[in-house]
Design a protein around this ligand. Sequence first.
Ligand code: URA
Length: 192
Amino acid sequence: MTLDAMAAAVDGCQRCKLGSGRTHIVFGVGNADADLVFVGEAPGKNEDEQGIPFVGRAGQMLTRMIENVIEIPRSDVYICNILKCRPPGNRNPEPDEIACCEPYLYKQLEIIQPRLIVALGKFAAQWLLQTQTPIGKLRGKFGRYRGIPTLATYHPAYLLRNPSQKRTVMDDLLRIKAVQSGELEPEIEIFS
Ligand code: URA
């Protein structure tokens, strides 16, 4: 199955209660052959309106990080979220919503088969790495998602509220760049 065929199959999804309130399903965007996939939490208002992940302020921050720190075009990577629909008022994803939506992410990552995954924030990190460890402890560490090295870092929305942490995330992404270029072996520290 291709990502396009999958997106078409997911269109109209009403598996969970978010289906009734959304404007668009935000399936994912980018290179279907990407080596690097970024996984966020859930669409916000702008993403719901446009049907594209990470297009609001947090998204612009993510784009700058990808293009200025890793130094690759945003279109080279694939970007998606744990949830494909916007939770009302941008509240946190609820466990039943994650349970309904997670087969989509599972399948997306199976199709793409990236070499590396970056988990943005608590929800992505805890789900991908199958742990309840707080994001402050996971950040900067690699675990594995179905064998794929997965780095946990802070969510760009957190950086908008805490700009002093930008340097920390830049350092995480510089390590991603070094792993991608073969200069660094990811050291797996999270075992779940
Ligand atoms: N925050 C996310 O986690 N995902 C988006 O797509 C936008 C904001």
